[in-house]
Design a protein around this ligand. Structure first.
Ligand code: PEP
Ligand code: MG
Length: 542
């Protein structure tokens, strides 16, 4: 048995084979020793397999993200049938004696450059698609499939690092646990692991040769065991039984309010980023969605999501919540959350860069598309809008003015809309310091402790080396939260927490004593938090 240690992102245990996720490209041969007919046959067979994969992805995307998002996989499939593309590959495998993998990559690059040079924006966006599908075929040909695009059963995934967009594309139903070599505890990938409620460790120096070996992951004891002994397996099984019992006990809290012993009700909402999370929110009896990270729709798309696509998802969220509050945060892209088609420039300090509301206020049409979709969805439930990364009153006023413009346009078009509350995320020290003024512009505040910690402590939340310094319980943070609550309340503004700190049971009582009105946490944290709240008596002096 071998053991590796890491830092826990999410507790719990998992037992299953470890799969190493590889993204790096290994070089492949240009010239083939096979005949052109044999190379062509290899290519056709890889295309067949790619088409099967694309059909599966299409179905998955249709279920999870709707018809429009599924269409992209259909486009990929059609590209594999394009005659010019096929001729280019055939020519290289024939006259140039190229291997099929070389030919398909070269054809992909050539067609991609041609698409990129086109005037039409839609066609330009296809450049990435033709590269993507060519890479898929080349990967099949070289056998270099990453663990999770390969067919197979459930597994513990080990990866160097995963970007948020890679994480959202993983097949959740097969993901038993996550082991990352890099990645910090406060990164978005870590947040996604918590949302999926799977045991996860970061900072694990795993060995590539462990790929396929039996493993046991202990998210509470920060360990991953390879070829675990029968004793370890028995201990894991016992822990699993315990976890199941705990979960069963928590089920009894469903349908009961999150009320303190002295009668103060604290709504606990769910953080969500996808249609799948909505189900988790319902399963865990969320009192609504307190933070819908809309950028995950953008990260999961190959191109800018249209108003219709967005409308459908937001409407689905509002309807799923059946009248319960549904807070949709406007696009918070940039920094670690990158979508290729945005073509954002590389920045020296991306966390301090062109992101979130800064992009929306400079790309008004992009912003309006989203705001129109949210306003239209507001006819189907109780929808609120939340603006991220705010640093000034002017930004909120400008965002509100654009929202008003959208509302007028929609009204003229006869679209139905509901009342929409406006929230401001408090995640920069600037927002904390001017919370009083911001409260005049907003109906509610949502404190984003993940970024507020990063910007207050001057610590990049993505940098795993700084994990030991990244302390969201730092007194500076707690004072900022207190200041925000007091300033918000003075101006009639409700104040909630939607950052990860909101789920920290050691701080629940502190937050309630500060006057925090509501909490929004990952779905799996809802019932434990409700239990915590129901045990607190605020009438007793601390
Ligand atoms: C936060 O910063 O606390 C927050 C909730 O937003 P995100 O984690 O998506 O940046
Ligand atoms: Mg944030």
């Amino acid at each position: 048995m071998q053991v590796a240690a890491g830092k826990s992102v999410q507790g719990g245990v998992a037992v299953g084979p470890l799969r190493v996720y590889r993204r790096e490209e290994t070089p492949f041969c240009r010239f083939s020793s096979l005949t052109p007919a044999e190379e062509w046959a290899r290519f056709r067979s890889a295309c067949g397999r790619a088409r099967e994969e694309l059909a599966g992805l299409c179905e998955k995307a249709r279920d999870e993200l709707g018809e429009d998002n599924a269409a992209i996989f259909e486009i990929h499939r059609m590209m594999l049938e394009d005659e010019d593309y096929l001729d280019a590959v055939k020519d290289m495998t024939g006259s140039q004696s190229a291997t099929a993998e070389y030919a398909v990559r070269a054809a992909g690059e050539r067609f991609s450059a041609a698409f990129a040079a086109m005037e039409d924006e839609y066609m330009q966006a296809r450049a990435a698609d033709v590269m993507d599908v060519s890479r898929r075929v080349a990967d099949i040909l070289t056998g270099r499939r990453d663990a999770f695009t390969e067919d197979g059963g459930p597994a513990i995934l080990a990866a160097d690092d995963l970007s948020p967009s890679e994480t959202v594309q993983l097949d959740r139903s097969r993901l038993l646990g996550l082991v990352l070599r890099r990645g910090s505890r406060s990164s978005h990938t870590a947040i996604l692991a918590r949302a999926m409620n799977i045991p996860a460790l970061v900072g694990v120096d795993f060995d590539e040769s462990w790929d396929g070996k039996p493993a046991a992951l202990d998210g509470d004891q920060n360990r991953v065991y390879i070829d675990p002994t029968p004793e370890i397996l028995a201990a894991m099984e016992a822990r699993r039984r315990e976890d199941r019992q705990q979960t069963a006990l928590l089920q009894e809290l469903k349908g009961r309010p999150g009320v303190t012993l002295d009668g103060r009700e604290i709504p606990v909402y769910a953080n969500a980023g996808s249609a799948g999370d909505l189900e988790l929110a319902l399963e865990n009896d969320a009192q609504g969605i307190g933070l819908f990270r809309s950028e995950f729709l953008y990260l999961n798309s190959q191109d800018y999501p249209t108003e219709e696509q967005q409308f459908r998802l937001y409407r689905q969220a509002a309807e799923a919540m059946a009248g319960k509050r549904t807070v949709i945060r406007t696009l918070d892209i940039g920094a670690d959350k990158q979508a290729g088609y945005f073509r954002l420039e590389k920045e020296a300090n991306p966390a301090l860069g062109y992101r979130a509301i800064r992009i929306c206020l400079t790309r008004k049409e992009l912003f309006k598309t989203q705001l129109r979709a949210i306003l239209r969805a507001s006819a189907f439930g109780s929808v609120s809008i939340l603006f991220p990364m705010i640093i000034s009153v002017e930004e909120v006023r400008e965002a509100r003015a654009i929202l008003e413009e959208c509302r007028l346009e929609l009204r003229r078009q006869g679209a139905a809309m509901g009342d929409v509350e406006i929230g401001v995320m408090i995640e920069t020290p600037a927002a904390v310091m001017i919370a009083g003024e911001l409260a005049e512009e907003a109906d509610f505040f949502s404190i984003g402790t993940n970024d507020l910690t990063q910007y207050t402590l001057a610590i990049d939340r993505q940098n795993p080396k700084l994990d030991r310094f990244y302390d969201p319980r730092h007194p500076a943070l707690l004072r900022m939260i207190r200041h925000t609550v007091e300033a918000g309340h003075r101006h009639g503004c409700r104040v909630g927490i939607c950052g990860e700190l909101g789920a920290d049971p050691a701080l629940t009582e502190t937050f309630l004593r500060m006057g925090v009105d509501e909490l929004s946490v990952s779905p799996a944290a809802i019932l434990p938090l409700r239990k915590q709240i129901r045990g607190i008596d605020l009438s007793v002096t601390a």
